[in-house]
Design a protein around this ligand. Sequence first.
Ligand SMILES: Cc1ncc(COP(=O)(O)O)c(C=O)c1O
Length: 395
Amino acid sequence: MQIDSLCVKERPDNRTTPPHILPIYATSSFSFDDIDQGIGIFKNIESGHAYSRYANPTVDTTAQKIADLETHGLGFEATAVMTSSGMAAIATLMLGLLKQGDKVLSQGNLYGGTTELLVVTFAQFGVETIFTDLRDLNHVEDLLRQDPAIKMLYCETPANPTLACVDIRALSDLAHRYDAWCAIDNTFSTPLLQQPFAHGVDFIVHSTTKYLNGHGNSIAGIVIGRDKDLMRKNVWRAMKLVGANCSPFEAWLTYNGLKTLSLRMERHCSNALALAEFLEKQPKVARVNYPGLVSHPDHELAKRQLKGGFGGMLSFELRGGLEAGIACMNRIRFCALAPTLGDVDTLILHPASSSHLHVEKAVREQNGISDGLIRVSVGIENPADIIADMEQAVG
Ligand SMILES: Cc1ncc(COP(=O)(O)O)c(C=O)c1O
């Protein structure tokens, strides 16, 4: 071999003992021993990797770990596909399963990006969404009975930012009675606090960007399904054809974050409960939305559906509307003003002036997002520091 070829050629790697920690497989393709192996892998009759848009060991290992968490103790295995973001996970799920003329039944208080994806993008392709109050089970059943085009019931519980809850078991039973799938966004709770498969759902999506990663340094998502065939033939195929695959680096960051998920969730929950109880006693606070508070309208349902805590998200409404909300945000010192959630540090958001700035005021208020509402993603710092900052900011 000439020296310039030596520069170019890949060297067989000199790995001896297996690495203790999952490596990042930063390779676009994988090489085959011979053509038969390649054909077998492409035909899906032989296991193996071919091309990282289809599958990658770092991504697959992370995906399977999250699937194992979602099915832990339930006695079956689920199949998972990681994607480039939470939005890509939701879009991939729907692209894989729905066709023109199908309808989705969902709630008005979804994550804003999901609502926009449904009402703008999917509507362009003839998939319509009916938004309703999924807590009204009689009405949900009427809609399903009257409209066989509804092929998917899609929910988020607890929902953003009011932490309203819906009954997952009742909704998945209803969906199945009328031949529809039930899918849920479990980003807020993580499998540590809520296992939707135990309540009958068919598909779970996550923005792993949030709690599963936990450190605010990656964007990724995942779809997890009970039915291996649907996952392979519909969801995985849509992911690979759209090219919504997760990068190995982002998956690796997520994989690292998962190791402390249990410890983090414990502290997120205890800190959020402490902050919620503190805020509830403040005269300038009109209302605190936290499912762990007895005053929350869905507290009893949350107690049945969530285990080991009520999550790290809360919101509260200040007396004094928009002006009071903005003044409070400007006084924050210790916590960070950042438009994400689930990181280890406490993050504050004022929906009326940021995430919901372009949502009509009447629509916003209908979903409990008033001018004075502040959302907190409670971190895992010492709770005294979080509470002290909130005390001086609320005034
Ligand atoms: C509940 C929920 N689902 C999905 C998403 C979208 O996730 P990503 O930003 O990873 O695309 C978000 C983002 O904030 C979210 O809060």
